[in-house]
Design a protein around this ligand. Structure first.
Ligand SMILES: [Zn+2]
Ligand SMILES: [Zn+2]
Length: 327
């Protein structure tokens, strides 16, 4: 897409309003655009949380129409990044955020679609405007991964320290590993609670709940339906959840010789549209945001199809995620 990020965001906001009101898109777009400009840069300030989907395509294969999984919650000008799929640094820039605004990074689990750019995000932020400590959180082996990433990039890091007068990057990244569900982080803006999800064979894998000053946001990570997630998301304002659309998958899998095994694997570790609607109802979430789409590339499944499939079991607000959509 060749639209500017702000226009993209407005377009989606407008699109949602248009769906709700059945008003002509152009008129709503103009109205939303005016409102956004009126808000100006002050929107970041104060204790209002912004949630931006940075990447919404599930799986390790790069896709032309969706970036790899990542989200950011911005509160009081500080960015809390959840998952670091490939391209996360650029997606943050496209969202209009400074890399120097990164306060913390949280990884749900160690599949490459969620962590491939964990180190790159911090390296590129350091090469841009990041000059403060960033504490990172995730399951083991986060500490070893951090050390090995720094070793891998030692040449560039030493060159920039000498050439550009930057502080040592290793002093700025502080990884925290954890393996059990708990409140894993709390500051003046947000409390972060982790729960174990079921994503075999990857273990432990976590979902996170962010209790912000104005609302609660839950990020599922990758998981099959699990009571832990329902409990974590109980009465949440926003649940961002992974989703797969079985009819399209079955059509794709039909071409594979090991279709049965693949389908069993997907069902054992991910959540279908119908299952997602059901668990969102059980949890009583107000807004359900679909993300980490499988299939996430082609064939591109229209928003209306995703929404209708989830709607069978969920009566609340449904948002079909897109890259750079702000909620
Ligand atoms: Zn994934
Ligand atoms: Zn995964």
């Amino acid at each position: 897409m060749d639209r500017s990020p702000l226009l993209t965001r407005r377009h989606f906001l407008a699109g949602l309003s248009a769906l709700a009101a059945s008003a002509p898109l152009g008129r709503v777009l103009a109205a939303e655009t005016t409102k956004e400009i009126g808000k100006g840069a002050g929107q970041d300030k104060g204790k209002t949380s912004r949630l931006i989907l940075l990447g919404t395509g599930g799986g390790p294969t790069p896709k032309p129409n969706r970036s790899a999984p990542a989200q950011v919650i911005v509160i009081n000008g500080q960015s809390y990044v959840i998952d670091c799929g490939n391209g996360v640094a650029r997606q943050l820039v496209l969202a209009g955020l400074k890399l120097g605004s990164i306060r913390n990074v949280f990884l749900t689990h160690h599949h490459s679609d969620h962590n491939a750019d964990y180190g790159n995000l911090l390296l590129l932020a350091w090469g841009s405007d990041l000059a403060h400590r960033v504490d990172t959180y995730g399951p083991p082996p986060l500490v070893k991964m951090t050390e090995q990433f720094l070793a891998l990039n030692d040449y560039d890091i030493l060159t920039r320290i000498a050439d550009e007068g930057r502080p040592p990057l290793k002093d700025l990244i502080v990884p925290h590993e954890f393996s059990t569900p708990d409140v894993i982080f709390e500051d003046e803006n947000v409390k972060v609670t982790a729960t174990l999800v079921e994503h075999p064979p990857v273990t432990p894998a976590f979902a996170y709940r962010f209790d912000c000053p104005d609302r609660s946001i839950v990020i599922s990570g990758d998981t099959r339906p699990t009571p832990n997630l329902v409990k974590l998301a109980k009465d949440a304002d926003v649940l961002v959840h992974e989703v797969m659309y079985l009819p399209a998958l079955e059509a794709l899998l039909a071409r594979e010789s090991n279709a049965k095994t693949l389908k069993e694997h997907l069902l054992a570790s991910h959540t279908t549209t119908e299952q997602l609607g059901q668990l969102a109802s059980e949890a009583g979430v107000k807004t359900l945001v679909l993300s980490h789409f499988v299939p996430g590339g082609y064939p591109f499944i229209e928003d209306a199809i995703w929404e209708a499939a989830v709607r069978k079991n969920f009566a609340g607000r449904v948002i079909v995620g897109r890259d750079l959509l702000e909620i």
